[in-house]
Design a protein around this ligand. Structure first.
Ligand SMILES: Nc1ncnc2c1ncn2[C@@H]1O[C@H](COP(=O)(O)OP(=O)(O)OP(=O)(O)O)[C@@H](O)[C@H]1O
Ligand SMILES: [Mg+2]
Length: 412
C-alpha cells in the first residue's frame, strides 16, 4: 500500500511561500531600498562603513531587504580589484549575550576544525580572538545582527565592535554593523554611547497597506501555485486580512500557504475565498494556542473570565476590571484554586493584552473619574473557546453550556 504520494495539483513550488525563501525582487520598498543603498555606498567606495539601525514591525521586509542588498553588495564589489567585502549575517535569537555573539562570530570566520567552545574563556580572550580573525580577513566587513534586542543588557559587543579600529584593536579591517529590531522600545533602553554608534544611520520600515500586500502576494503566488488554481478574490482577500491586522507580508504569505494546503488536503480543484477564511481561523487558533502555552493557569482563568463575561452579556462589551474580576473569582473557586488579588489579576489582563488576545482601551473620565482600562476579547470567540476546552481545568467547568450560550448569542 502506498502511504505517501506526491500531490502536485495545487502547488508549483510551495517553498516560495515559506519564510526562508529569498525573492529575486522586492516590491513596494523602492524608497527604503534607495535610502539603504545610499547608507551602504561607503562600502563600495572603500571608506569606513556606516553603522545602520533598521526597525519596523514584524513581517515588513527588514530581513528580506537586508539579505537582498548584501547579496548585491558582495556581488558588485567583485568588479573592484582593490576591494574585498565580507558580509556576515547572525540572527541573535539564540545569542542572548555579547559573549555568545562574539563566540559565534569567531566561529563563523574559522574553519570547522578550529571552532572554539561556547564556554570557558574570559570575555576579553574571546574579543582578542575576534580582533585577530577580523584583521586576517581585512577589507570591509559588514556584520548584520538581526533581532539584535535579544542580546539584552549585556551588550558590550555593540560598543566594542564599532570602536575596534579606533581603539587600535584591529588595523586591516573596517567594520560596519547593521542592527535590526522590531522592538520599538529597544533603542530607548540602549546606553547612550551604544545608541550613538549603532544608530548612526536609521531606517524605518512601515507596515504594508492592502494594495502593497496584494502586489507582493501576487508575485509570490504566480511562482508558488499552478496556473489558474487561485480564484480571483483569493490574493486580494489574503492581502486585506493581513493589512487589517499588522500589515505583515509574512502573515499574508502564511494565509496563502494555509489556504492552498487546505485545498490540497481536501482534493479541491481550486483555491477559493472560503479556503482563505478557514485558513485565517486556523492560523489564529494556532497563534492563540502558541501564546497561551506561556500562560499560567490563572492566565487561562483570566481569559476564560473575559470569554464568559462576553457570552453572558455581549451588550456590556467592553468590560471594566471589576466586572471581570468577579467572574474570575467565581471560576477560580469552581476549579479549586485560591483567587489572586486584584493587582495580580490586573497583571494577567495586561499580559493578555500584550499578547494580542485582549484589546485594552484606556479611558479618562476627567476630573474625579480618573483613568481606567476597558477590555474586550480581540480574537474570535470560537478560537479562544477551542483552546480553553483543551486545557485540564476545563474538566471541572461546564464548557459545553458556555459554547452553547456563545452560539445562542450569535458569537460563533
Ligand atoms: N517588499 C517585499 N517584497 C517581497 N517579499 C517581501 C517583501 N517584504 C517582505 N517580504 C516577504 O515577507 C516575509 C517576511 O519578511 P521579513 O522576514 O523580511 O520580515 P521582517 O521585517 O524581518 O520581520 P521580523 O521582524 O518578524 O523578523 C518574507 O518571506 C519576505 O520574503
Ligand atoms: Mg526578520
Amino acid at each position: 500500500m502506498t502511504l505517501f504520494e506526491r500531490s502536485e495539483a495545487i502547488f508549483e513550488d510551495e517553498n516560495v511561500l515559506h519564510d526562508d525563501y529569498q525573492p529575486e525582487s522586492l516590491e513596494e520598498r523602492d524608497e527604503e531600498l534607495e535610502q539603504y543603498t545610499a547608507y551602504l555606498q561607503p562600502v563600495i567606495n572603500g571608506s569606513q562603513p556606516r553603522n545602520i539601525f533598521l526597525y519596523g514591525k514584524t513581517g515588513v521586509g527588514k530581513t528580506a531587504v537586508t539579505k537582498y542588498l548584501l547579496r548585491h553588495l558582495e556581488e558588485d564589489a567583485k568588479q573592484y580589484d582593490d576591494l574585498t567585502v565580507t558580509t556576515v549575517y547572525l540572527n541573535c535569537e539564540d545569542l542572548t549575550s555579547s559573549y555568545r555573539v562574539a563566540v559565534e562570530l569567531v566561529n563563523t570566520f574559522r574553519e570547522p576544525s578550529e571552532q572554539i567552545s561556547r564556554t570557558g574563556y574570559p570575555l576579553n580572550a574571546v574579543y582578542e580572538k575576534l580582533w585577530a580573525e577580523l584583521d586576517q580577513i581585512g577589507g570591509m566587513v559588514l556584520i548584520v545582527l538581526d533581532e539584535v534586542d535579544y542580546i539584552g543588557d549585556d551588550d558590550s559587543i555593540l560598543y566594542q565592535l564599532p570602536r575596534a579600529r579606533s581603539n587600535e584593536k584591529i588595523e586591516h579591517a573596517r567594520i560596519g554593523i547593521i542592527g535590526i529590531s522590531n522592538d520599538f522600545k529597544y533603542r530607548e533602553k540602549l546606553d547612550p554611547r551604544v545608541e550613538d554608534t549603532l544608530c548612526e544611520r536609521e531606517l524605518h520600515f512601515p507596515p504594508y497597506d492592502a494594495n502593497e500586500l496584494q502586489n507582493i502576494l501576487e508575485k509570490r503566488a504566480a511562482l508558488a501555485f499552478k496556473d489558474g488554481i487561485l480564484e480571483g478574490d483569493v490574493v486580494p482577500l489574503c492581502a486585506a486580512f493581513a493589512a487589517q491586522d499588522k500589515g505583515s507580508a509574512r502573515q499574508g504569505l502564511d494565509l496563502l500557504l494555509e489556504a492552498g494546503d487546505l485545498a490540497r488536503r481536501r482534493n479541491d480543484p481550486v483555491v477559493t475565498e472560503d479556503h482563505v477564511r478557514e485558513a485565517k481561523q486556523l492560523l489564529e487558533k494556532q497563534r492563540i494556542e502558541e501564546s497561551m502555552k506561556e500562560l499560567t493557569s490563572h492566565g487561562h482563568l483570566t481569559l476564560l473570565a473575559v470569554v464568559t463575561a462576553t457570552v453572558v452579556d455581549p451588550s456590556q462589551i467592553p468590560f471594566q476590571k471589576q466586572q471581570l474580576y468577579e467572574q474570575y473569582q467565581d471560576l477560580a473557586v469552581a476549579t479549586n484554586r485560591d483567587p489572586l488579588g486584584g493587582r495580580a489579576f490586573h497583571n494577567h489582563l495586561a499580559e493578555l493584552s500584550m499578547l494580542g488576545i485582549l484589546d485594552r482601551t484606556k479611558r479618562n473620565e476627567g476630573r474625579g473619574g480618573g483613568i481606567y482600562y476597558e477590555y474586550e476579547i480581540d480574537v474570535p470567540i470560537d478560537a479562544a473557546l477551542s483552546t480553553l476546552e483543551h486545557l485540564h481545568m476545563s474538566d471541572e467547568l461546564d464548557m459545553e453550556s458556555l459554547r452553547q450560550n456563545a452560539e445562542n448569542q450569535g458569537l460563533l
